[in-house]
Design a protein around this ligand. Structure first.
Ligand code: TMP
Length: 208
């Protein structure tokens, strides 16, 4: 007997928008609805992809070309997709992923200025048509996310970027939400935790 394919949910947003807290909330909510949830993240999610993540985020390791960064993101994603995401969905589990393909368009496309066309070629090659059933985009004004980022105090290779970088990241995320309204739900993450979680519950109930 083949299990019904599980659903694939991704959570996106700039640093400091409250992804971690809200990912845990979504996972708890889905489990309370009887779903088996596999919570994972990108870049990362497998031993090799976690090693690639360390290379990507290590701020002291010197410069890396934009192409190298892009290909490492997709190398990690290829391993993660084959070893974790696809098998879980085929088992009928629900996959909840902290960032996925929209982050590549936002950070490497928007932030670094790489072309959407090049990213789309790699997307076609590695994802083979797989896309999230639902993407939750946590959106907050750059001042809010920058303040939360600073309060955390640790800076990785992305977090040290200037404000203009994060403004481009946010803009690209917003553009993608406007292009794919059926898949991407934009939530205003500048409100209280309670407001954000009420919005999340409504979206999860409606869409899934
Ligand atoms: P985080 O998951 O702790 O937020 O950190 C991951 C960092 O990697 C974050 O700054 C966004 C960045 N990133 C990209 O630049 N492109 C990608 O495709 C993904 C998945 C993450």
């Amino acid at each position: 007997m083949t299990a019904t394919r599980g659903k694939f949910i991704t959570v996106e947003g700039s640093e400091g928008v409250g992804k971690s807290t809200n990912l845990q909330f979504i996972s708890d909510y889905l489990q309370s609805c009887g779903k088996t949830v596999v919570m994972t993240r990108e870049p990362g999610g497998t031993p090799v992809a976690e090693q690639i993540r360390a290379v990507l985020l290590e701020s002291a390791q010197g410069s890396m070309t934009d192409h190298c960064e892009l290909l490492l993101m997709f190398a990690a994603r290829a391993d993660h997709l084959e070893q974790v995401i696809r098998p879980a969905l085929e088992r009928g589990d629900w996959v909840l992923c902290d960032r996925f393909i929209d982050a590549t368009y936002a950070y490497q496309g928007g932030g670094r200025g790489m072309s959407d066309r090049d990213i789309a070629v790699l997307e076609g090659f590695i994802l083979q048509g797989l896309e999230p059933d639902l993407t939750i985009l946590l959106d907050a004004a750059p001042e809010i996310s920058a303040a939360r980022r600073d309060a955390r105090g640790i800076s990785d290779r992305f977090e040290v970027e200037e404000a203009a970088f994060f403004a481009r990241v946010r803009e690209k995320y917003q553009q993608r939400a406007a292009c794919y309204p059926a898949r991407i739900a934009l939530i205003d993450a500048s409100g209280s935790l309670e407001e954000v979680q009420t919005a999340l519950r409504t979206i999860l109930t409606e869409k899934l």
